[in-house]
Design a protein around this ligand. Structure first.
Ligand code: FAD
Length: 339
């Protein structure tokens, strides 16, 4: 492959954002991905207000018409529910494929040399001053660069599917059940995305709904599925370092937060900006140093939320306490939304 200033391996949200950010610094950028757009992936499809701001800061336009706005988050357990609105801007539910199309268009417009259907199978294929590994959670670049020293990690399993039904709420809903959660994001005026997350690789959406979420099952009864069920893992992963020599990792390749936060894409956008600054300054150590700070808040929020996943009593007590003190829930949401 041709020599360039920056070579990005992986064209998901992180790779495309990193490529756009590097182009904005005037660097020549080649991006290769083994798949063809629009690339789909199991995702909750919620863009938090901060994610929308991070996209705008990179010059990426994600119009409201691409999906459906939601004004906050609602937690529901067997007995309690509590909700709060984001301060200021709303979140946006967008189909993953629609988001990918928008990101690809923004990268084309920025002048990124995009090479689809081109898997990178070894480091010798890449000639560039800087190499960005944006090849997702199972990153090979991480291994090639010797960056696979893991500080801590835990894994859960996820399935997502869309249903043709008018969103019944202006909030993204997180339904808490025994050992699992389903979150519902409105993605259009006549569609919602349902994402199940659990520690059981065999638990599927329909089964979980029948077992633990009768109210949700009732809502979705008779609604036609508008996508096939797509599975994935979601990890909490922290690496000892995310840059070495001329190689840096971004997005899920660089570590990840549990999907329950709805933060993965926004985090990768923020990493992309900082990484571009570091490349322009000729020093990836700046990015390596800033990376844990960027991930700190989402990690903290994920840990807090996952306390509610430690059994029925704790969950009902926690959500019950938040329901009786909605101001605390609102403050937590404000922190989560980066206010
Ligand atoms: C169930 C679930 C729900 C989620 N919900 C949300 C949410 O609501 N909001 C949110 O912000 N985040 C959410 N996330 C997190 C978000 O989906 C991820 O953080 C995001 O997809 C990471 O993007 P990425 O570009 O790093 O990786 P990916 O999207 O995995 O992209 C990696 C790309 O690299 C390519 N690739 C891999 N290997 C190679 C190779 N050798 N050569 C070339 N190309 C290669 C792949 O084809 C792929 O296109 C969720 C995650 C899960 C699992």
């Amino acid at each position: 492959m041709a020599a360039t200033d920056v070579f990005v391996i992986g064209g998901g949200p992180a790779g495309l954002a990193a490529a756009i950010a590097a182009r904005r610094k005037g660097l020549r950028v080649v991006l290769a991905d083994g798949n063809c757009p629009p690339i789909d992936k199991a995702c909750g499809e919620g863009l938090m207000p901060e994610t929308r701001r991070a996209a705008a800061a990179l010059g990426i336009a994600i119009p409201e018409t691409a999906g459906r706005e939601f004004r906050g988050v609602r937690f529901l357990s067997e007995r309690f529910s509590v909700q709060a609105d984001f301060p200021g801007q709303e979140g946006l539910g967008v189909r993953r494929t629609a988001l990918h199309r928008l990101l690809v268009a923004a990268a084309e417009q920025a002048g990124v040399d995009l090479r689809w259907n081109q898997p990178v199978t070894g480091p010798e294929m890449v000639k560039a001053d800087w190499v960005i590994g944006a090849d997702g959670a199972g990153s090979q670049v991480r291994r090639w660069a010797g960056l696979d020293r893991i500080r801590n990690s835990s894994r859960r399993y996820a399935f997502r599917r869309h249903f043709a039904v008018a969103p019944w709420s202006r909030h993204m809903e997180v339904h808490w059940g025994d050992g699992c959660q389903i979150y519902i994001t409105p993605t259009g005026s006549g569609e919602v995305c349902a994402a199940l997350i659990s520690r059981d690789p065999h638990l599927r959406l329909e089964q979980a709904m029948a077992r633990s979420f009768p109210r949700l099952a009732e809502r979705l009864r008779g609604a036609e599925p508008t996508s096939r069920e797509r599975g994935s893992t979601t990890s909490t992963l922290r690496l000892a370092a995310v840059a070495r020599g001329n190689v840096a990792l971004v997005g899920d390749a660089s570590g990840s937060v549990d999907a329950i936060t709805g933060e993965g894409i926004g985090l990768s956008f923020r990493q992309a900006s900082v990484l571009a600054d570091a490349m322009a300054a000729g020093d990836l150590r700046r990015y390596d140093a800033a990376h844990p700070r960027l991930a700190f808040r989402p990690m903290l929020m994920a840990n807090l939320m996952l306390v509610l996943d430690r059994g029925r009593a704790l969950r009902e007590m926690g959500i019950g306490a938040l329901a009786s003190a909605p101001l605390v829930f609102r403050k937590l949401l404000e922190v989560h939304a980066g206010a």
